[in-house]
Design a protein around this ligand. Structure first.
Ligand SMILES: Cc1ncc(C[n+]2csc(CCOP(=O)(O)OP(=O)(O)O)c2C)c(N)n1
Length: 282
């Protein structure tokens, strides 16, 4: 009898009690478990995380991977993918990791369209370093570094992804089934999948986002239309939550575009043979 699949580790989570990262972890594990039950091998899945509270997910999932440098999740993912294009490569970043230190990589990954799935835990603060504003923090947010309130307008990462050519652009709330479902869709997608996970930081940035979300699927959004995706992505501009705020969640855009790996016959040869460079005789 084959032993039951176990994705847990012996590490005790050090996230704050009630942190939405627990929901993200549970959703991710469920989606990965389904892949394993369908026959994928654990050693064929790799996780890469940045530095921050989000990155602790690395310690709580029993998979191979790299807890890489701050902001360098995507180049690490790409290196792994080039080393062995047969691997399923999953990247996890915070909003600081992805949109501040790592922004240049994000834009180019959207262009490259490598078959990598990327999850941004967007709590709209640098949480591990105790709450400084990030590129998705609203004007007026106060912390010890901005006692008069942040004066710089936030970016809209979904629109940046659309403008950069991303082939899969989604946003979910940090809820177990939303994360699980979007991850399953991302895993079916051929190419780069960008998934933003909105989550409050209960300590430094509690917010009312949960009450403002609605499902794109329920309003019949056409995810194959770039124009519709652009319009929907503009509905929430990451400013302070108020009575009028509406935050769409779900898959905004999905299109089939040439995949990075497929442009290189050497990598396609590895795919055909189901091997990585380390298995190539020289
Ligand atoms: C190159 C580099 N710059 C800065 C830091 C300090 N640092 C560690 S964690 C962190 C905040 C991470 O914030 P975010 O990516 O949003 O993740 P969160 O903690 O909110 O999950 C920073 C700035 C670092 N470790 N390396």
């Amino acid at each position: 009898m084959t032993p039951p699949i176990n994705l847990s580790t012996s590490a005790i989570p050090t996230w704050c009690p009630g942190c939405p990262n627990f929901m993200v972890l549970a959703g991710v594990k469920k989606a990965i478990m389904e892949e394993l039950q369908k026959g994928k091998k654990k050693e064929d899945i790799v996780i890469v995380t940045g530095i921050g509270c989000h990155a602790k997910i690395f310690d709580y999932i029993n998979l191979n991977g790299i807890n890489t440098l701050h902001g360098r999740v995507l180049p690490t993912c790409l290196g792994i993918k080039i080393g062995n294009p047969n691997l399923t490569v999953l990247g996890f970043s915070g909003d600081g990791d992805a949109y501040a230190e790592g922004m240049e990589h994000l834009i180019h990954m959207a262009r490259y369209n490598s078959d990598i799935k990327y999850f941004v835990h967007d709590n709209r603060v640098f949480a591990l370093t105790v709450g400084q504003p990030t590129p998705t923090t609203e004007i007026g947010y106060k912390d010890k570094t901005t006692p008069e309130g942040t004066k710089i307008a936030p970016i809209n990462p979904l629109r940046i992804m659309l403008a950069s050519g991303a082939s899969f652009v989604a946003r979910v709330y940090a809820d177990v089934s939303q994360v699980e479902n979007v991850m399953k869709e991302a895993l079916k997608h051929k190419g780069f999948a960008f998934i933003e996970i909105l989550e409050p930081c209960l300590i430094f940035h509690p917010d009312g986002i949960k009450e403002k979300i609605y499902s794109l699927e329920k309003v019949g959004h056409n995810k194959s239309s770039f124009d519709d995706a652009w319009k929907k992505a503009g509905e929430f501009d990451y400013s302070a939550i108020n009575d009028k705020t509406k935050i769409p969640t779900g898959i905004f855009y999905q299109a089939q575009k040439p995949v990075f790996e497929e442009q290189f016959p050497q990598l396609m040869e590895l795919k055909k043979k189901k091997i990585g460079w380390k298995d190539v005789e020289r």
